[in-house]
Design a protein around this ligand. Structure first.
Ligand code: URA
Length: 235
């Protein structure tokens, strides 16, 4: 997330924003080894090395949240259509956090928010193969054959999905609750996987990220993650 340099300096407690502009204009600020004298300069604070008078700025406290996202909130940081943002639900946190990855407008459940760009990057990196567990309420009763096809991988956008783990949690005459565990994050992946085998998703909820489970966190609420929680994501 790129922001104006003077804003980053102010938030890091270096000075007021106005005074930070003066620091920049007088050549006292360096970003990644380059002296910056332009006020328009935008920087990603999570991975840039910012020095004032040769000293690294004290970075903002890193914070990690688990939110139980309700339907009707979007996972972008702004919305031209004026829809509700997931960050509206964490307004009382002074740090500027952003969501890690995305959940559809109509999907509920576990969403991590942080101001730690490197951490977000490592969670999302495919090499870590972090499981995302979903409960999908789908129309109909998926057969053994359908479960087998979804588990072994089906074609979406010309590429096979990675193997998934599925189990039926509940079955009624017209709909079924299915747990599906995947470690990819393709757009609307779970909905499109079920759609591809003829079962529309009626409701979707992410229940866990790695081994970090939502448990009884109420919808629309968040909690701060401890080091142990963070380890659960990667375990
Ligand atoms: N798969 C989907 O289809 N939607 C989500 O929000 C997450 C995973």
């Amino acid at each position: 997330m790129e922001e104006r340099l003077q804003k980053i300096l102010a938030r890091a407690g270096v000075s007021s924003r106005r005074a930070a502009e003066q620091l920049i204009l007088t050549g006292r600020v360096q970003v990644d080894g380059q002296i910056i004298t332009q006020l328009g300069c935008k920087v990603n604070a999570s991975n840039a090395r910012i020095l004032v008078d040769g000293k690294a700025i004290g970075s903002e406290k890193k914070i990690y949240l688990l939110l139980n996202k309700p339907a009707g909130y979007i996972t972008t940081l702004s919305d031209p259509q004026g829809r509700k943002l997931v960050t509206d639900l964490v307004r009382d946190i002074p740090e500027r956090v952003f969501p890690v990855g995305r959940l559809d407008l109509d999907t509920e459940g576990a969403l991590i928010l942080t101001n730690d760009g490197a951490f977000a990057h490592s969670i999302l990196h495919p090499s870590h193969e972090i499981n995302r567990t979903y409960e999908a309420l789908v129309r109909g009763q998926p057969s053994h054959n359908v479960i087998r096809r979804l588990s072994s991988g089906i074609e979406l956008d010309g590429a096979l999905t990675f193997p998934a783990k599925l189990r039926i949690l509940r079955q009624e005459s017209h709909r079924s609750l299915v747990e599906i565990i995947i470690h990819e994050g393709r757009k609307r992946q779970v909905r499109r996987m079920f759609q591809a085998v003829g079962h529309r998703v009626l409701h979707l909820r992410r229940t866990a990220y790695g081994n970090l489970r939502l448990n009884n966190l109420p919808l629309g609420h968040y909690r701060e993650l401890s080091q142990v929680d963070i380890e659960q994501i990667f375990s």
